[in-house]
Design a protein around this ligand. Structure first.
Ligand code: SF4
Ligand code: SF4
Ligand code: SF4
Ligand code: FES
Length: 946
């Protein structure tokens, strides 16, 4: 039988204590002070029976199965709640202990008959294990007394069931929900024998506050909480450790399989990004991998109105190469390009940019990070010298205050949110700067000191005002600035920031934040020993995204909050491999490692390794590619794992650009929105079907390991390699580890990275090189990567996208927990039972003014286009602001967003669109056209498949 993860009974002590030696069953063992006797026994290889204890939760001491004898002590203490002491002598086995334990277990069994053979948990049940170890087969108390056997199951959650008849009321689920997840959805209803676990006020799981993270299921020792997939198919037989393919937290998972079927994903306790926790997406939403919509054969067509034709891989490669080369012959070398994906592995991304530079012969390569965190790269490189977050996630455990700006971790980065909430429950303070009342503002046992509900588009004014208060009130960390930052830029910045225009009183008109509240938030930020900043796309996706990132770095530097644990500037990356795709040279102006293409020394390095001549000028960015396509200068595009037609702003413009291409090659696991405009469709492989690495938001490189064979026969890196070969540029790798070796040879921050080391260490945070052979959890410790920190001047420039009489509301966008980005994966899972359409959140005042009621259709018009969504009336948004998500293509959220973009990086201004909202009764014209086009394209696909 396959063994799931080892359980040491109780956690590693929170505070690292001195070593303590003791004797357990005659074996000497040394553990840290604060450890339990149960953990010490486990360290010595001795298993003490247990039911209510587990190493992911603090000991609770309720079941009394783990009793031991300790020399010199009376009675039989519970080993899970008893701390070790120097020289202690412990016995875990004796007839008396067995008899006491048997008695307890028989009581459990009287309400939980050992009908193990017919139970789904047979072989994976701790009660069964304990009973077996004690030789308990029946209960002397009989089975006829009062029991819970008749209580019905709660099957409401699509992924797991709750069967109260199998519950032994050990509280592990409740403690997991409270302490690990921080949702507090479960409680015990009733007292004594009538005690029963319930979700909320005796609701079903689905109707409760439960967010389906699965922590209760992971921690349940019996079949009471169990995955439906296991109930249906039986227990897994093997597991493969890999990394979640959803968000930038990068959780480590064990993909558990029976045969070639993945039955469940269990969070890996050894994974340093998540330490055994998960969210609904990574834990449960993997069914898309085998969804019937998967594209499993290459397909081609001459025209987008033609049916698709299934062809062999070889024919697809030949056809694609011929068409792209013909375009180059006709329109020139620079008339084609490629787009890498932040959803693909580092190795795949590296190969795509290499293919563009070496086989296409130009620098027309860009990545979807363009539309999310490119300002982070620019802003942090300019101020600190490295385009990456400064900390490891566990750094937040040392923070005294956290500023969350333009991010919604509970929905977009849930496992980090749980860690953050735990720190907040321990007493750290929270400031939220966001136009919307995100969950963190007020959730169970967490309340922000300040919710600064700034107006969309006013981030720079806000961050400047924070720094203004720090400097004008003498709260700066002068010693840090003198030692760590460039003097002259600092003095210039200081003069700038002290200017009256940056005062909270004057910026109040821009931000909407009362001056007194902002002052008090700034004072709080500057007064604590460790203040950390976490930010998201609400910072970067603005016309001044790069300026805000620099403003954030300025605030961290002026208060001395960089270069140690508990502080730092931390971009929460949207997709799993945003950091990696940027690291790998996906931008048209940079080679891997963020080195500019115009640098002859760097170019020379790559030219030698790749045996080519590189262009010395940057190529086209995504928006430039669109413009050039419409104007007729750009004709061929290879897109790997990115859905431009749904995710990029101003859909009308994007669609026109895609339609203007003579050859669009899409490599994806589904016929996504972009693929509907394609001439070549190359099947992609999901994360479960390939080997490689992802790099998460904390620069942590983690292994992605193949659990099942690729459905279409090839992994994505093999497809790119074959296409490059067909284009006439030879590539030869037999395994992604060889691609990583090449990356390491060419990239100074990756010099020490190898698959062997990743296997050995589990994961590595770059830089990893001779100076830091095992990686770098905290950056900029003694000095910044650029030497001295640079204070950039961050003048506020209002966006052109302002509310007007015609468009009086500001629309901003975000994510919901159960769906992910364009939704291509999560929409094809039961996650849609939680959220099956994008809606428009509107404040009741604005709704009333427009005669819009809850659930009404409302038309949303901007200068770019119109769409129609259902209204949700809520005060989560402030008057004057509306909010939506963009997980469903037919919603057309990006039909409305404009092509305004960040001045430095062209990152679109998704977060501010001036709109008018009105009551309507039918879909918009675009939505009607979209449905007709999508249906037609589905039919053309179906024709190829019959
Ligand atoms: S799934 Fe997560 S949120 Fe839901 S009850 Fe269990 S621990 Fe709580
Ligand atoms: S549902 Fe499972 S974890 Fe929760 S109290 Fe019952 S047996 Fe324990
Ligand atoms: S938090 Fe992110 S990485 Fe972790 S399981 Fe959820 S989606 Fe996956
Ligand atoms: S395992 Fe120690 S009391 Fe339950």
């Amino acid at each position: 039988m396959y063994e799931s993860q080892t359980d040491m009974g109780t956690p590693v002590p929170l505070k690292i204590g001195t070593p303590v030696s003791l004797i357990v069953d005659g074996r000497e063992v040394t553990v840290l002070k604060g450890a339990s006797v149960m953990r010490a026994a486990a360290e010595a290889g001795i298993k003490v029976p247990k039911l209510c204890a587990t190493d992911s939760l603090e000991a609770f001491g309720s079941c009394r199965v783990c009793l031991v004898e300790i020399e010199g002590r009376k009675g039989y203490p519970a080993s899970c709640t008893t701390e070790v002491e120097e020289g202690m002598v412990v016995s875990t086995q004796s007839e008396r202990l067995d008899s006491l334990r048997r008695n307890v277990v028989e009581l459990y069994v009287s309400d939980h008959p050992l009908e193990c053979v017919s139970c789904s948990a047979n072989g994976d049940c701790e009660l069964q294990d304990v009973a077996e170890s004690l030789g308990v087969e029946n209960s002397r108390y009989g089975l006829d007394g009062a029991n819970h056997q008749a209580v019905g199951k709660d099957e409401s959650n699509p992924y797991f069931t709750f069967d109260p008849s199998q519950c032994i009321v050990c509280y592990r689920c409740i403690r997991a929900c409270d302490d690990i997840q921080g949702t507090f959805a479960l409680t015990i209803d009733g007292r004594g024998f009538a005690s029963k676990v319930t979700a909320g006020q005796a609701d079903s799981f689905m109707d409760s506050d439960c967010v389906s993270c699965g922590a209760c299921v992971d921690n349940c020792p019996t079949e009471a909480l169990m995955e439906k997939s296991v109930i249906e198919h039986g227990l897994p037989e093997r597991s493969v450790t890999t990394t979640c393919a959803y968000c930038g937290v990068g959780c480590s998972f064990n993909a558990e399989l029976k045969g070639d079927t993945v039955l469940r994903m269990t969070p890996d306790k050894a994974g340093l990004a998540n330490e055994g926790h998960a969210c609904i997406k990574g834990r449960f939403a993997f069914g898309y991998v085998t969804h019937k919509d998967r594209i499993t054969s290459p397909m081609i067509r001459d025209n987008i109105n033609d049916p698709w034709r299934e062809v062999s891989w070889d024919e697809a490669f030949r056809y694609t190469a011929d068409r792209l080369r013909a375009i180059q012959d006709k329109y020139g070398r620079d008339s084609i390009g490629g787009i890498t994906s932040s959803r693909c592995t580092n190795e795949e991304t590296y190969l795509v940019q290499k293919m563009v530079r070496a086989a296409f012969g130009n620098n027309n390569v860009d990545t979807c990070a363009r539309v999310c965190h490119s300002p982070t790269g620019y802003g942090l490189k300019t101020t600190l010298g490295e385009s990456a977050g400064t900390q490891a996630f566990n750094s937040v455990d040392q923070a005294d205050l956290v500023l969350v700006m333009g991010a919604n971790p509970s929905d977009a980065h849930p496992v980090f949110a749980s860690r953050l909430k735990r720190r907040l429950r321990e007493g750290a303070k929270l400031i939220v700067a966001d136009p919307r009342k995100i969950d963190l503002v007020n959730s169970p046992h967490v309340r922000a000191e300040h919710h600064l509900a700034l107006r969309p588009g006013s981030n720079v004014a806000f961050i400047n005002a924070m720094a203004h208060v720090v400097v004008t009130e003498g709260l700066e960390d002068s010693a840090f600035i003198a030692a760590r930052c460039e003097e002259e830029p600092y003095q210039k910045w200081r003069e700038f920031i002290m200017g009256e225009q940056n005062s909270p009183e004057l910026t109040e008109r821009i931000t909407g934040i009362p001056a007194s509240e902002l002052r008090s938030a700034a004072r709080l930020f500057a007064s604590v020993p460790n203040a950390a900043i976490y930010y998201g796309l609400g910072v970067s996706e603005h016309s001044q995204g790069s300026t805000t990132v620099m403003g954030i770095a300025n605030l961290a530097m002026v208060t001395g909050n960089l270069g140690r644990e508990g502080v730092g500037v931390n971009p929460l990356r949207g997709q799993n491999n945003v950091q990696g795709s940027c690291d790998m040279g996906s931008f048209p102006h940079e080679l891997p490692g963020y080195r500019h293409i115009s640098d002859p020394v760097v170019r020379n390095l790559f030219e030698k390794e790749w045996n080519i001549r590189l262009q010395d000028e940057p190529g086209l960015r995504i928006p430039n590619m669109f413009d050039a396509s419409i104007s007729g200068n750009f004709k061929g595009l290879y897109v790997q794992g990115e859905d431009l037609a749904q995710s990029d702003p101003n859909t009308h413009h994007v669609e026109k650009a895609l339609q203007s291409l003579e050859c669009l090659v899409v490599q994806d696991i589904f016929l996504n929105e972009t693929a509907r405009f394609a001439h070549v469709l190359l099947p992609g492989s999901s994360f479960l079907e390939k080997n490689g690495t992802y790099t998460n938001a904390e620069r942590r490189i983690s292994m992605v390991r193949k659990a099942i064979e690729p459905l279409a026969g090839l992994e994505d890196w093999e497809v790119t390699m074959a296409l490059s070969n067909a284009m006439g540029y030879p590539m030869e790798y037999s395994h992604p580890s060889e691609i990583m070796d090449e990356i390491a040879r060419l990239t100074p921050t990756f010099t020490g990275v190898s698959y062997e080391k990743l296997d050995r260490l589990g994961s590595i945070q770059w830089p990893c090189n001779d100076e830091a052979p095992e990686g770098t959890p905290t950056m900029h410790i003694d000095e910044f990567v650029r030497g001295k920190g640079y204070f950039a001047i961050t003048g506020f420039v209002p966006t052109d996208e302002r509310s007007t009489r015609k468009y009086p509301l500001l629309m901003t966008t975000g994510r919901i927990l159960s769906q992910y980005n364009v939704g291509a994966q999560t929409r094809r899972t039961a996650n849609s039972e939680f959220y099956d359409e994008d809606v428009l959140e509107i404040h009741p005042f604005d709704a009333e003014e427009r005669g819009i009621g809850e659930g009404d259709w409302c038309g949303i018009a901007s200068r770019a286009g119109e769409t129609v969504l259902r209204a949700v009336l809520t005060d989560r948004v402030q008057p004057g602001v509306v909010y939506t998500t963009f997980h469903f293509p037919s919603s057309g959220a990006n039909v409305i967003t404009t092509d305004n973009s960040d001045w430095a990086t062209n990152c679109p201004e998704y977060k501010v669109t001036a709109v008018q909202v009105s009551h309507v009764s039918e879909p918009s014209e675009w939505q009607k056209e979209y449905r007709a086009f999508a249906t037609r394209q589905e039919e053309l696909l179906d024709k190829a498949r019959v």
